[in-house]
Design a protein around this ligand. Sequence first.
Ligand code: NAD
Length: 370
Amino acid sequence: MPLKPEIPKPESEKRRVGYAIVGIGKLSAEELIPAARTSEHAYVAALVTSEEDKGEAFARAFDLTENDVYSYDEFEKLGERDDVEAVFIVLPNSMHREYTERAAKIGKHVLCEKPLSVNAEDAQAMVDACKDAGVLLMTAYRCQYTPEHWAARDAVQSGKLGTIRVIDSIHAHVEDDPEAWRLRRDLAGGGPLPDIGLYSLNIIRFVMGEEPQWVFADLHQPQGDERFEEVEERVSWMMGFSGGVVANCLTSYAAQDTSTLRVLGEKGSVLMDPAFDYQGLKLTIEDDKGKFQPSFPAYDQFGNEFDHFAQCIREGKTPWTPGEEGVADHIVMDAIYESARTGKRVELKPVKEKDASRGEKKPEMPGEGV
Ligand code: NAD
């Protein structure tokens, strides 16, 4: 009897990219795994976790089976899964390098949470490992995948704000769990700077499309507070850009929830408040036509990341925020820590090219602002 021909799946099903989520902590559980369900080009095909029960509970909730759940020791078994084309690393920062290198070795593309690593040297090693293995590496900078941040960048770079003069940004919240891995230097690489201050740094570099030329920083690590035995409570830093533009930034693990970005030109300004939240970003642009708040169709920042990287895999293109973009931030953060330690301004290696560390594929944005 002739075999029944297989019914072809719809094109979108067939071509969606399967991800293995590595680490099921707060971000994976509350944001990433649910966001993948809304993704057009990607889906979750496997989970890697140390907690078997949690993995199986998530597998059940997301139409996976217990065979799709792997322990960290079984990570290399993903190499046998053709349907897993990429891994999304969502582990404490110091583990990003190890899992990126292991993924590259088994030929999987890597989407890695921010910060890419714990310093520029380790981050560069991750870029090199992926390049040598011929797999793509993307740093999960969700704010470069929102229409609000692109509109802010367009306003700054279009010239309609006049010459840009001053930028300021604050990203703070209270970290009240003294046991958190984020407060352990060996796991986190630092305190609020690589965790949340990084958003200010990354988005200022993005809206300017330029690299800072120098940094000058001050750091506070209070005595007698068990939370800050290993990492700083607060970093304030200045970054100088071409033409005398200066950015003043502050990040803290002991100040009320705040995420703001303001860019002042001679003829106008951009204000984002909140600037780095998962939802509800508020952008105000003021130019010679007046003040307005553009609004955009609904989107999910994490879904946008899944989709962008999946499209890059299909098209063989470098993602907009590749590993190099993560390295560029680590170079500046290393200089910020050096300045805070020495009390001196640190000059950075000049980078002339615009968007030097960004890839060829621009993110698709959901509609123009109205
Ligand atoms: P989390 O503590 O909630 O989860 C960490 C995961 O790593 C857990 O599954 C835990 O079991 C696992 N793990 C393995 N070894 C560990 C160890 N030695 N110590 C602690 N956990 C260990 O953390 P999270 O908030 O999900 O953060 C994970 C990564 O995601 C970090 O790199 C963080 O910077 C990043 N992150 C990004 C965003 C964003 O908006 N893009 C938001 C939150 C976190």
